[in-house]
Design a protein around this ligand. Sequence first.
Ligand code: CDP
Length: 784
Amino acid sequence: MIHKTSPEVGGMGHPIKRKEDLRFIQGKGNYVDDVHLPGMVYGQLVRSPYAHARLKSINTEQAKKLPGVLAVITGEDLAKANLAWMPTLSYDKQMVLATGKVLFQSQEVAFVVAEDRYTAADAAELVAVEYEELPVLVDPKKALDPDSPVLREDREQKNNHIFHWEVGDRNATEQVFQNAAVKASVQAFFQRCHPAPLETCGCVVDFNRATGKLTVYMTSQAPHAHRTVFALVGGIPEQNIRVISPDIGGGFGNKVPVYPGYVCAIVASLTLGVPVKWIETRSENLQSTGFARDYHMTAEIAADRDGKMQALRVKTLADHGAFNAAAQPTKFPAGLFSICTGSYDYPTAFCEVDGVYTNKAPGGIAYRCSFRVTEAAYLIERVVDVLALELKMDPAELRRKNFIPASKFPYKSSLGWTYDSGNYEAAMKLALDKIGYAQLRKEQQERRKKGELMGIGISSFTEIVGAGPAHTFDILGIKMFDSCEIRVHPTGKAIARMGTKSQGQGHETTYAQIVAQELGIPAADVSVEEGDTDTAPYGLGTYASRSTPTSGAATAVAARKIRDKAKKIAAYLLECSENDLEWEPGKFFVKGAPSKAKTIQEIAFAAYTNIPPGLEAGLEAVDYYDPPNLTFPFGTYVCVVDIDKGTGEVKVRRFVAVDDCGNIINPMIVEGQIHGGLTEGLGIAFMQQIDYDESGNVQGGSFQDYLLPTAVETPHWETDKTCTPSPHHPFGAKGVGESPNVGSPAAFVNAVVDALSHLGVKHIDMPIAPWKVWNILKEKGITS
Ligand code: CDP
């Protein structure tokens, strides 16, 4: 049980308004493109129009002659400084600027620096690149064909296969399948999509020749990790590098990797000795920075006739594009994909994944996702519905029958994960009751009789968030803990700094609430600062819903360290033994004599003015928290759709989302996170795909083709919650930010398939655009 503080203190559970919104809603945010430094110049990338071509020559003469142009950097120039290639997060390497050949459309070929942005753009047009086109591979299955051209000539391995990875018991699973009474399978493609944050990626790099200090203002979700990478790759002493991530307009994983633009801007500033700004355009962002998903998956379930699931088998082809730059910090090449057994108690399972190179942009970032959990959750929730169809069983009933029972937690899955806590049935019951499931099924029968198309989709997903623990997670060897440092000032106000970095999640508010909860200092009196590597303690950043499980935990532990010291000071001030003191948020008092008390503010003042003998002055603490396990939030989403038979248009009539992220810091912020993630899930399910034509041209490189849901398409989200605290987290919380993006695509797709299942439809790949549904209806003779 969490002690509820007063609204004035605003600890955990209070829906206090976001502190940061004061500046955001007034247009006073400070984003990277708002940074203007004296003498600043601008960089522009020259990009390849071809998806696969040999670079015959690059002529920069005309560009250099344009007045205002200061430099044109090519891959050959970078090669001289050993910087033409850089390491990726997945232990591959990636070209910074192309040398030899280009491997995807929009690949970075040269970097032009000029006095203003327009001149840089004009000069980029004048860089004359001669290409010799090569055969293009966009289909990962074809890329594995032995006759296919080898894309990565730099590798010793002369094919396009990156890795094979498997987990689970292949033979035991095979045996269960041989003897299974019922089998169900689905082939599901989780399309390539893109987080498309409101703010694109960019940086301002300021190398000061006099001090040797390199300051990089950048759109970074992981400023410390980027600082270390710049030090290791660029050979710059780490103490001379300061990475500052100011306000960030959405990241969703897109701002985790190091992109060539950052490196080029650093090289340019080091070379020219002036600040260099590089900001992507929208098309550059969509076409060249980290994509997400692109998983071609097959799942099969073996079950008995009563619907008891006995085994799961999963086979996947992962399209990584030209370089394996997947943002995944585990020792497993497919990240956390082996969470694909989901919420179900499978005695046996086997999962294998093969990674492949194609002529597409690199990435494989975890778009609001814990390193492939979204793909896994979608797959399992899809195939469970296919099994329900096979068995002619209600999908809710089938789920209920197979859920990991609440009594079995902590639960060790057949693919190796130990789930911390869960109560799946309670979440599903609440969601079904809230939406009126039984009544809706009756309505569906009635409507079917009238020839109308209505569907109900359920997704009972399980998540896996909060990377570390350090023994399983690292970024280029750096262990995945996270941190918090708290300093209490003499007047009882405080500043807290973390190794994470908000991109809009409201950290300035929620971390202050954790301090308020633990110390009783009002959240309004606690300022939170992230994103400056010169001041914040080292951390691995924010993505994959890890802030609450890691830095959130570190904040509570650091506050408790402060409380321990405060107790010593209180005992001194009250002239009693520490053992005689009791704590309630905000003060220590003498047991049995509540009026004999010292508030945290009085104690803070004494820490600087009336220090007990033998104790250091000051009141501050730091904690680097290595979580003992991940946290496993979960939920049930139920979606109701109506389909227009004439146009194939799907209308989401209702959507109920029940989430369980354990104890909640700020219910209003959590609700906002759910709304945002569901809206992204809607976009993925119905509108979005970064597709390629046969020549490797990007078909989704602008918002004309890559559609974002607006208020017009977005339904009213109905949210609710259950609360199953994490047993190992200091205040029982689990992450939540990515849950709605992870859990919702299956609910949408299951609803559409459910609406069409009586016509024999078992699966439709996302994005479910009206034309796809219309074609099915035409094929089934429902529309003409
Ligand atoms: O790492 P990221 O901040 O994206 O994800 P998160 O830890 O899931 O947190 C997202 C937002 O929800 C943060 O502002 C958290 O403090 C808040 N949150 C909360 O209030 N209660 C929880 N149990 C989990 C998150």
